[in-house]
Design a protein around this ligand. Structure first.
Ligand code: PBG
Length: 365
């Protein structure tokens, strides 16, 4: 069936643009919709009747290999602390984080992402603890690498907020987070983490130019193989609240916002510019964060770039699903799995989620 398309015809537009005459007849192209047939010959419910056929024609899949599990690490041994705003998530001392990572590895989870809970006494204005080879994140990285070998990816977060008394991701000068001086520190932080055994360096700070600086610093020190996963489209979101409780940066921030460096939630074109710059600077993967309220951004990036995309189901999203399930308003397992497949359908390759072990367990049946 040949139908005239309502879409503007590109060939005609190009022809009219480059010649002085106009083309008044353009051969009709079949409309994409003409492939879909019509009722009653076509009944889409036929392919939804049994499990086997639903599974046969399923467009999107999910596997444990797609998952990255963010974990919170504290000092001490055999210590675990619940986080009130994140039911089911615990801060763990390194020995327990190693056990948790071994479990993640057995479940086939791709990687863990380590977030340190730095004691208040080690926080400073300039966050110099970030550069200490014996700090929590580096010590945890070495221990997990030793236990799991190369079977499990280790993602290290590059940003200064776990280490600064003001709780910001960069250096604060005259009440402003300065860019270029911060980038110099971040590049050194990345090298320290790579030396400890990080497989992936993930800058979450949103400074301009940090991807290029980090890539250069890693290469100069012989870490050409270390992956850079840029938090490229990271929004100034209120959904990070429970995370800031978890790492103890909420009280340091004291209500200050990160709007001068993280993206405005009203913007999506700007995400394309962020990603284009990061690819130019050498990013291997890019991230969208938060996840569920920003699935349009995931899809937009997928349609515009051929680079693997990660999405972060952040602490506030996790908290929403958990608290609603605790109140019996939602089925915990069902909404967890539905949120995962939604990320994949939107175009995400990797998913950072606090649900990772449960999802992986669930995929095993
Ligand atoms: C900070 C950082 C944040 C998260 C990951 N890295 C919070 C922030 O930007 O304030 C949030 C993750 C979450 O909410 O789960 N570098």
């Amino acid at each position: 069936m040949l139908q005239r398309s309502n879409e503007p015809n590109l060939a005609a537009q190009i022809a009219t643009a480059s010649h002085s005459f106009t083309i008044d007849f353009v051969p009709a192209m079949p409309s994409p919709l003409s492939h879909f047939g019509s009722f009653p010959n076509t009944r889409l419910r036929r392919l939804r009747r049994w499990d086997w056929v639903r599974e046969m024609v399923q467009e999107t899949s999910l596997s444990a290999a797609n998952l990255i599990w963010p974990i919170f690490v504290i000092e001490g041994t055999n210590q675990s602390q619940p986080i009130a705003s994140m039911p089911g998530v615990e801060r763990m001392s390194i020995d327990l984080a190693v056990q948790a990572s071994e479990k993640a590895c057995e479940l086939g989870i791709g990687a863990v992402a380590i977030f340190p809970v730095t004691p208040q006494s080690k926080k400073t204005d300039c966050g110099k603890e970030a550069l200490c080879e014996e700090n929590l994140i580096c010590t945890a990285t070495r221990a997990i690498r030793q236990a799991c070998g190369e079977k499990l990816g280790i993602v290290c977060d590059v940003a200064l907020d776990p280490y600064t008394t003001h709780g910001h991701d960069g250096l604060l000068v005259d009440n402003y987070i300065v860019n270029d001086q911060t980038v110099e520190v971040l590049a050194r932080q990345a090298v320290v983490q790579a030396q400890a055994g990080a497989s992936v360096i993930a800058p979450s700070d949103m400074m301009d130019g940090r991807i290029g600086a980090i890539r250069k610093a890693l290469d100069e020190k012989g870490f050409q193989h270390v992956i850079v996963l840029s938090y490229a489209a990271k929004y100034a979101s209120a959904f990070y609240g429970p995370f800031r409780d978890a790492v103890g940066s909420a009280k340091n921030l004291g209500g200050a916002s990160k709007k001068t460096y993280q993206m405005n939630p009203a913007n999506s074109e700007e995400a394309l510019r962020e990603v284009a710059l990061d690819i130019e600077e050498g990013a291997d993967m890019v991230m969208v964060k938060p996840g569920m309220p920003y699935l349009d951004i995931v899809r937009k990036l997928k349609d515009n770039f051929s680079i693997p995309i990660a999405v972060y189901q952040v602490s506030g999203e996790y908290a929403m699903l958990q608290f609603a399930s605790q109140a019996n308003a939602l089925d915990a397992k069902a909404v967890m799995m539905e949120s995962m497949i939604s990320f994949r359908r939107a175009g995400a390759d990797a998913i950072l989620t606090y649900f990772a072990p449960e999802v992986a367990q669930n995929l095993r049946g």
